[in-house]
Design a protein around this ligand. Structure first.
Ligand code: NAP
Ligand code: GLV
Length: 308
């Protein structure tokens, strides 16, 4: 019985060290040193292939080396092998740092001040108190809720939009497609933390962006394909969006001619809002091993019918 790591080569030694420290009794292997593929019961990977079960006939659990699972073709995964997301509080905390930075940057017009600095302009912009700024989060899951909890003490007016009703600290939860336009209409700053599924692909298109108040700010830390990027560029140029802080893109990195690179109202980061924290991820795997031994349900199993 062994655990095989087959995701990012740059992280591989850290995974080996974490397993050696936290569970020295377990056999841990690093691809490409797979050994006998029949020994592999647990696989940590960023994506999978159609021949997964032919390659690893005794596989019991597939772990996504990240929180998102849109990179897996769920239709190719054998029904008896659960796919588990690696989420832990440290990853959520790192995401909240990024979103807090992005919200404060939009709230305090930092993108406009950057443009002014480039043009050597010294001019004050109006200050709006946090209590008058409405901040909304799409996707109140593990990360979205952590973000709302981090923003709450800053005094913003908070709201969330979700598939099912969830408690939003200090604010309202809008539910389902029917309430999406009303939710968007009251977001001065919109944060996207949805998972990418067939239902959420392209969800922020022209029609939806047009629901936002004029000059709204956008933070995208979900997936690039949640946005129709051409519609975002148009919304920025028309002033519907006052600024966008974008961490994820349809193509990563975006092609050199992509308008986001040089757009004065866009701040881009290279998909770094958060990453799996290896110690936390190993703890999730060890907890699932204990659960499996006891016959309990595993944590963070992807629901294939919902796609997340
Ligand atoms: P999660 O715990 O699965 O939460 C997803 C939330 O989205 C759930 O609350 C879910 O509603 C809601 N949702 C799903 N489909 C919906 C729909 N069609 N309409 C409305 N709400 C919907 O996921 P998470 O751990 O918070 O992660 C969210 C995403 O963040 C990941 O999938 C990944 O793409 C992204 N991410 C990005 C980075 C980065 O560095 N940029 C890092 C990590 C993760 P229910 O509560 O009703 O199920
Ligand atoms: C990163 O984007 C992840 O899904 O873990």
């Amino acid at each position: 019985m062994c655990i095989l790591y087959m995701a990012w080569p740059s992280d591989a030694e850290q995974w080996r060290a974490a397993f050696a420290r936290l569970a020295p009794e377990l056999e841990f292997r690093l691809a490409p040193d797979i050994g006998d593929p029949g020994d592999v019961r647990y696989l940590i990977a960023w994506e999978s292939s159609a021949d997964l079960i032919e390659r690893f006939p005794n596989l019991r659990v597939l772990y996504s080396a990240g929180a998102g699972v849109d990179q897996f073709d769920l239709s190719l995964l054998p029904a008896h092998v659960p796919l588990v997301r690696l989420v832990d509080p440290a990853m959520a905390s790192i995401m909240t740092e990024y979103v807090q930075f992005a919200v404060l940057a939009l709230h305090r017009d930092i993108l406009s001040y950057r443009a002014q600095q480039t043009a050597r302009v010294w001019a004050e912009l109006p200050i709006i108190p946090a209590a008058r700024r409405r901040v909304g989060v799409m996707g109140i899951g593990n990360l979205g809720l952590a973000v709302l909890e981090r923003l709450h003490p800053l005094g913003f007016q908070l709201s969330g939009w979700n598939r099912s009703e969830k408690a939003v600290p200090g604010g309202r939860c809008y539910v389902g497609m029917e309430q999406l336009p009303a939710f968007l209409a009251q977001c001065d700053i919109l944060i996207n933390l949805l998972p990418l599924t067939p239902q959420t692909t392209g969800i922020l298109n022209r029609e939806r962006l047009d629901c936002l108040p004029m000059g709204a700010g956008l933070v995208n830390v979900g997936r690039g394909a949640h946005l129709v990027e051409a519609d975002v560029v148009r919304a920025l140029d028309e002033g519907r969006l006052g600024g966008a802080i974008l961490d994820v893109f349809e193509q990563e990195p975006p092609p050199p001619e992509h308008p986001f690179w040089s757009h004065p109202k866009v701040l881009m980061t290279p998909h770094v809002a958060s990453t799996v924290q290896i110690d936390g991820a190993v703890s999730v795997i060890l907890e699932n091993l204990r659960r499996e031994r006891r016959g309990d349900a595993l944590l963070n199993v992807v629901d294939r019918s919902r796609g997340y």
